[in-house]
Design a protein around this ligand. Structure first.
Ligand code: NAP
Length: 258
């Protein structure tokens, strides 16, 4: 049992990038398990409204609200997280899921491609954590789950992305050491390949074939968003109270990028 009674269910989640893909799956799973969920989107209001509509239909007893937020902008993060806290009172679980890629070979990569990815995938989680930590500290309870990638091992054409996600690992382990004793657990989840807009847009057909051929699961296949979402909600649950500063791979056993 967690020692803080205020930390019991339902939990309040904040999921960045909850309008599509893996983030939308995490929003749906948290709601299905009876939690309240605030989430962000950056451009796609229509998709965000769809997630909220779906939430109201499936869990009318729970709260779900979307916020427009570019996580790469520090001042915007401050304002929007504070609005979320006004609306929801506190945040128990922060999922830093929002992420982008801007692929190019290093010799051709522009400053903008480098900086946009680092600002969104690495500075973004830092800005959001900094703003959320005080509410978690005041309640002596929090779960921070940062979504990384198998490309931490390096990805050809994705040096900016690999650098941002590798940085996220060091950042998360530091959080675990700084705040674990105060009831805040921080972990990284590493997805393999999941069918989302990100992989549709950038995954070469040969890579998909490679994945299906070598993924050591029946039939060889990409992941389904609920298979990642269930790991995230597990990490937020009491069952994961003793998991802190860890890297959890949800890859079907194939941890290789090319
Ligand atoms: N899909 C995979 O196989 C895979 C594999 C490894 C790692 N990942 C990681 O998993 C996470 C989710 O990936 P995904 O495939 O679900 O991506 P996706 O389908 O492209 O969705 C990205 C989400 O992030 C939001 N977003 C993008 N830029 C943002 C910004 N600057 N500020 C706030 N929100 C922003 C988008 O909002 P809008 O809808 O408004 O654009 C959207 O909700 C990412 O961190 C990604 O690196 C994914």
């Amino acid at each position: 049992m967690n020692s803080d009674p205020s930390a019991k269910n339902p939990l309040t989640y904040f999921v960045t990038g909850g309008s599509r893909g893996l983030g939308a799956g995490i929003v749906a799973q948290a709601l299905a398990e009876g939690h309240d969920v605030a989430f962000s989107y950056v451009n796609n209001k229509e998709a965000a409204d769809g997630v909220v509509r779906q939430a109201r239909a499936s869990r009318p007893d729970r709260r779900c609200k979307a916020y427009r937020l570019d996580v790469s902008r520090s001042a915007e993060v401050e304002t929007v997280i504070d609005r979320g806290l006004d609306d929801f009172d506190h945040i128990d679980v922060l999922v830093n899921n929002a992420g982008i890629n801007r692929n190019n070979l290093v010799a051709s990569m522009t400053d903008e491609e480098w900086e946009e990815v680092i600002r969104t995938n690495l500075s973004g989680p830092f800005y959001v954590c900094r703003q959320v930590l005080p509410t978690m500290l005041s309640r002596r309870f929090g779960r921070i789950i940062n979504i990384s990638s198998i490309q931490i091992d390096g990805g050809s054409g994705a040096a900016n992305y690999a650098a941002s996600k590798s940085g996220l690992h060091g950042f998360t382990r530091s959080l675990a050491k700084e705040y674990g004793r105060r009831g805040i657990n921080s972990n990284v989840v590493v997805p393999g390949f999941f069918e989302t807009d990100m992989t549709q847009e950038t995954m070469a057909p040969q890579l998909k074939e490679f994945w299906n051929m070598f993924c050591p699961l029946p039939g060889g296949r990409m992941g389904k968003s609920h298979e990642l979402a269930r790991v995230v909600t597990f990490l937020a649950s009491e069952g994961a109270d003793y998991i802190n500063g860890q890297v959890i791979h949800v890859t079907g056993g194939l941890d290789t990028s090319i």
